[in-house]
Design a protein around this ligand. Structure first.
Ligand code: HEM
Length: 76
């Protein structure tokens, strides 16, 4: 997979965990469509389609659940 590796699911804060969930979501897209030119050609479409944006939020939310569980919900 392109881009820097994700060495760990452990993050310091929920905010960082959310950023990691976004990163994992984007990696899913890059893995599926490796051609950056194709991706940038489609960017304007999903960025302006509310249903695509809701779908994006859903994918991020599923990854966030995994990251949160891996971090024991940041409980002290
Ligand atoms: C930009 C997230 C799906 C192509 C972005 C940005 C975010 C993001 C947060 C803004 C980056 C920035 O402005 O710095 C996601 C997530 C996705 C997703 C979480 C799926 C769950 C897709 C898909 C495509 C795509 C399906 C194309 C097929 C792009 C491109 C950019 C972009 C080309 C512009 C990159 C840039 O400006 O440098 N995406 N995206 N993304 N996304 Fe997505």
């Amino acid at each position: 997979i392109k881009g820097p590796p994700v060495p760990s699911l452990i993050t310091g804060t929920p905010e960082e965990g959310f950023a990691l969930a976004v990163k994992l979501s984007q990696k899913g897209v890059v893995f599926t469509q490796a051609d950056a030119k194709v991706r940038s050609g489609l960017r304007g479409q999903y960025a302006n389609d509310p249903n695509s944006l809701i779908a994006v939020s859903h994918v991020v939310a599923v990854h966030f659940q995994t990251v949160a569980a891996a971090n024991n919900y940041w409980r002290k």
